[in-house]
Design a binder for this molecule. Structure first.
Ligand code: VGL
Ligand code: ZN
Length: 213
Protein backbone atom coordinates (compact mmCIF):
# COMPACT_ATOMS: atom_id res chain seq x y z
CA UNK A 1 0.00 0.00 0.00
CA UNK A 2 1.21 3.46 -0.88
CA UNK A 3 2.03 5.56 2.22
CA UNK A 4 -0.28 8.56 2.84
CA UNK A 5 0.63 11.81 1.10
CA UNK A 6 2.12 14.41 3.42
CA UNK A 7 3.78 17.80 3.27
CA UNK A 8 7.01 16.05 2.27
CA UNK A 9 5.52 14.81 -1.01
CA UNK A 10 5.90 16.77 -4.22
CA UNK A 11 4.16 16.24 -7.57
CA UNK A 12 6.41 16.98 -10.55
CA UNK A 13 4.41 17.61 -13.73
CA UNK A 14 6.87 17.07 -16.57
CA UNK A 15 6.69 18.90 -19.90
CA UNK A 16 2.92 19.05 -20.53
CA UNK A 17 3.51 21.42 -23.45
CA UNK A 18 1.76 21.95 -26.78
CA UNK A 19 4.56 20.46 -28.89
CA UNK A 20 4.17 17.13 -27.07
CA UNK A 21 0.40 16.96 -27.67
CA UNK A 22 -1.31 15.61 -30.80
CA UNK A 23 -0.79 18.22 -33.54
CA UNK A 24 2.45 19.42 -31.93
CA UNK A 25 5.96 19.23 -33.39
CA UNK A 26 6.93 16.17 -31.35
CA UNK A 27 3.51 14.75 -30.61
CA UNK A 28 3.32 12.01 -28.00
CA UNK A 29 0.51 9.61 -28.98
CA UNK A 30 -2.54 10.21 -26.77
CA UNK A 31 -0.57 12.86 -24.85
CA UNK A 32 -3.62 15.08 -24.42
CA UNK A 33 -5.39 12.30 -22.50
CA UNK A 34 -3.28 12.98 -19.42
CA UNK A 35 -4.29 16.64 -19.02
CA UNK A 36 -7.52 16.08 -17.02
CA UNK A 37 -5.85 13.30 -15.04
CA UNK A 38 -2.92 15.56 -14.11
CA UNK A 39 -5.27 18.42 -13.15
CA UNK A 40 -7.17 16.14 -10.80
CA UNK A 41 -3.98 14.68 -9.38
CA UNK A 42 -2.50 18.11 -8.71
CA UNK A 43 -5.41 18.96 -6.40
CA UNK A 44 -4.48 16.06 -4.16
CA UNK A 45 -0.94 17.26 -3.51
CA UNK A 46 0.00 20.06 -1.13
CA UNK A 47 2.91 21.00 -3.44
CA UNK A 48 3.29 20.90 -7.22
CA UNK A 49 6.14 21.81 -9.60
CA UNK A 50 5.79 22.16 -13.37
CA UNK A 51 8.66 21.70 -15.82
CA UNK A 52 9.15 22.95 -19.37
CA UNK A 53 11.42 21.71 -22.13
CA UNK A 54 12.88 25.09 -23.14
CA UNK A 55 15.23 24.96 -26.12
CA UNK A 56 16.98 27.73 -28.00
CA UNK A 57 16.48 27.80 -31.78
CA UNK A 58 19.19 25.70 -33.43
CA UNK A 59 19.49 23.38 -30.42
CA UNK A 60 21.85 20.46 -31.09
CA UNK A 61 19.12 17.92 -30.26
CA UNK A 62 17.23 19.12 -33.34
CA UNK A 63 17.80 17.12 -36.57
CA UNK A 64 17.65 20.46 -38.41
CA UNK A 65 20.92 21.49 -36.72
CA UNK A 66 22.78 18.62 -38.41
CA UNK A 67 23.28 18.49 -42.19
CA UNK A 68 21.52 15.53 -43.86
CA UNK A 69 20.11 14.10 -40.62
CA UNK A 70 16.48 13.21 -39.95
CA UNK A 71 14.45 13.13 -36.75
CA UNK A 72 14.84 9.95 -34.66
CA UNK A 73 18.34 9.22 -36.03
CA UNK A 74 21.11 9.06 -33.44
CA UNK A 75 24.31 11.14 -33.58
CA UNK A 76 27.33 11.46 -31.33
CA UNK A 77 27.57 14.73 -29.44
CA UNK A 78 30.37 15.75 -27.06
CA UNK A 79 28.70 13.83 -24.19
CA UNK A 80 27.69 10.72 -26.17
CA UNK A 81 24.81 9.46 -28.30
CA UNK A 82 21.89 11.82 -28.85
CA UNK A 83 18.52 11.05 -30.45
CA UNK A 84 17.66 13.79 -32.95
CA UNK A 85 14.21 15.35 -32.72
CA UNK A 86 12.05 17.61 -34.83
CA UNK A 87 12.42 21.25 -33.70
CA UNK A 88 10.26 21.50 -30.57
CA UNK A 89 9.65 23.61 -27.46
CA UNK A 90 11.59 26.61 -28.74
CA UNK A 91 11.62 29.39 -26.13
CA UNK A 92 8.76 31.83 -26.54
CA UNK A 93 6.84 29.83 -29.15
CA UNK A 94 3.29 28.51 -28.81
CA UNK A 95 4.68 24.96 -28.95
CA UNK A 96 6.63 25.59 -25.76
CA UNK A 97 3.60 26.85 -23.84
CA UNK A 98 1.79 24.64 -21.37
CA UNK A 99 -1.18 22.71 -22.74
CA UNK A 100 -4.14 25.10 -22.70
CA UNK A 101 -6.19 22.67 -20.60
CA UNK A 102 -3.54 22.42 -17.89
CA UNK A 103 -5.13 24.00 -14.84
CA UNK A 104 -2.58 24.09 -12.01
CA UNK A 105 -2.32 27.73 -10.90
CA UNK A 106 -1.16 26.56 -7.46
CA UNK A 107 2.17 25.27 -8.87
CA UNK A 108 4.97 26.68 -6.74
CA UNK A 109 7.85 26.48 -9.23
CA UNK A 110 8.26 26.30 -13.01
CA UNK A 111 11.57 24.64 -13.81
CA UNK A 112 12.97 25.02 -17.33
CA UNK A 113 15.64 22.83 -18.87
CA UNK A 114 17.40 22.19 -22.18
CA UNK A 115 18.22 25.87 -22.74
CA UNK A 116 21.92 25.33 -23.49
CA UNK A 117 22.40 24.89 -27.23
CA UNK A 118 25.03 22.14 -26.89
CA UNK A 119 23.36 20.08 -24.14
CA UNK A 120 20.00 18.31 -24.16
CA UNK A 121 18.25 17.56 -20.90
CA UNK A 122 15.61 14.86 -20.57
CA UNK A 123 16.18 14.83 -16.84
CA UNK A 124 14.81 17.71 -14.80
CA UNK A 125 17.77 17.19 -12.41
CA UNK A 126 20.90 16.60 -14.47
CA UNK A 127 21.51 17.52 -18.12
CA UNK A 128 22.67 15.06 -20.78
CA UNK A 129 26.36 15.78 -20.18
CA UNK A 130 25.61 14.32 -16.73
CA UNK A 131 27.51 17.08 -14.92
CA UNK A 132 25.36 20.20 -15.43
CA UNK A 133 22.77 20.51 -12.65
CA UNK A 134 19.39 22.19 -13.05
CA UNK A 135 19.31 23.01 -9.32
CA UNK A 136 16.10 21.08 -8.67
CA UNK A 137 17.64 18.52 -6.29
CA UNK A 138 18.92 21.35 -4.08
CA UNK A 139 15.54 23.08 -4.20
CA UNK A 140 13.67 19.94 -3.17
CA UNK A 141 16.11 19.16 -0.36
CA UNK A 142 16.06 22.71 0.97
CA UNK A 143 12.27 22.57 1.13
CA UNK A 144 12.32 19.24 2.92
CA UNK A 145 10.65 17.05 0.31
CA UNK A 146 11.54 13.37 0.57
CA UNK A 147 9.29 11.74 -2.01
CA UNK A 148 8.82 12.73 -5.64
CA UNK A 149 5.78 11.73 -7.71
CA UNK A 150 6.02 12.12 -11.47
CA UNK A 151 3.41 12.66 -14.15
CA UNK A 152 3.73 14.04 -17.69
CA UNK A 153 5.43 13.53 -21.04
CA UNK A 154 7.13 11.51 -22.18
CA UNK A 155 7.29 8.36 -20.03
CA UNK A 156 10.36 6.98 -21.81
CA UNK A 157 12.38 10.21 -21.95
CA UNK A 158 11.86 13.10 -19.57
CA UNK A 159 9.79 11.20 -17.01
CA UNK A 160 12.07 8.14 -16.90
CA UNK A 161 15.34 10.09 -16.81
CA UNK A 162 13.98 12.36 -14.10
CA UNK A 163 12.71 9.40 -12.07
CA UNK A 164 16.03 7.55 -12.19
CA UNK A 165 17.99 10.70 -11.33
CA UNK A 166 15.67 11.48 -8.42
CA UNK A 167 16.50 8.03 -7.01
CA UNK A 168 20.18 8.87 -7.46
CA UNK A 169 19.70 11.96 -5.31
CA UNK A 170 18.14 9.81 -2.60
CA UNK A 171 14.45 10.64 -3.03
CA UNK A 172 11.70 8.06 -2.93
CA UNK A 173 10.21 8.07 -6.42
CA UNK A 174 6.76 7.17 -7.69
CA UNK A 175 5.73 7.33 -11.36
CA UNK A 176 1.99 7.66 -11.87
CA UNK A 177 1.50 5.50 -14.97
CA UNK A 178 -1.89 6.64 -16.22
CA UNK A 179 -0.77 10.27 -15.92
CA UNK A 180 2.08 9.70 -18.43
CA UNK A 181 2.35 8.75 -22.12
CA UNK A 182 5.35 7.52 -24.13
CA UNK A 183 7.05 8.36 -27.44
CA UNK A 184 8.41 4.79 -27.80
CA UNK A 185 11.10 5.07 -30.48
CA UNK A 186 13.66 2.27 -31.01
CA UNK A 187 12.58 0.28 -27.96
CA UNK A 188 12.84 3.30 -25.67
CA UNK A 189 9.79 2.48 -23.54
CA UNK A 190 10.88 -1.04 -22.62
CA UNK A 191 14.40 0.21 -21.89
CA UNK A 192 13.07 3.02 -19.71
CA UNK A 193 10.84 0.65 -17.73
CA UNK A 194 13.84 -1.62 -17.01
CA UNK A 195 16.03 1.28 -15.92
CA UNK A 196 13.30 2.62 -13.64
CA UNK A 197 12.67 -0.77 -12.06
CA UNK A 198 16.41 -1.35 -11.51
CA UNK A 199 16.69 2.07 -9.87
CA UNK A 200 13.88 1.32 -7.42
CA UNK A 201 11.24 3.57 -8.95
CA UNK A 202 7.73 2.62 -7.89
CA UNK A 203 4.97 2.67 -10.54
CA UNK A 204 1.34 3.17 -9.51
CA UNK A 205 -2.02 4.07 -11.05
CA UNK A 206 -3.51 7.36 -9.91
CA UNK A 207 -6.45 5.45 -8.39
CA UNK A 208 -4.01 3.69 -6.02
CA UNK A 209 -2.81 6.95 -4.45
CA UNK A 210 -4.19 7.76 -1.01
CA UNK A 211 -5.43 11.19 -0.03
CA UNK A 212 -3.41 13.84 1.78
CA UNK A 213 -3.21 13.23 5.54
C1 VGL B 1 11.35 15.13 -24.42
C2 VGL B 1 12.33 14.36 -26.33
C3 VGL B 1 12.95 15.58 -26.53
C4 VGL B 1 10.44 14.86 -23.26
C5 VGL B 1 11.97 16.35 -24.58
O1 VGL B 1 9.91 15.81 -22.65
O2 VGL B 1 10.24 13.65 -22.95
N1 VGL B 1 11.55 14.15 -25.28
N2 VGL B 1 12.76 16.56 -25.64
ZN1 ZN C 1 13.48 18.51 -25.99
Amino acid sequence: MHAPLTDRDILLVVDVQNDFLPGGALAVPDGDAIVPIVNRLARRFAHVILTQDWHVAGHLSFASAHPAKSPFEIVDLAYGPQVLWPDHCVQGTVGAEFAPGLDIPQAELVLRKGYRREIDSYSVFLEADRVTHTGLAGYLRERGFTRVHLAGLATDFCVAWSAVDARGYGFEVVVIDDACRAIDTGGSLAAARTRMRDAGVEEVRSSELPGIS
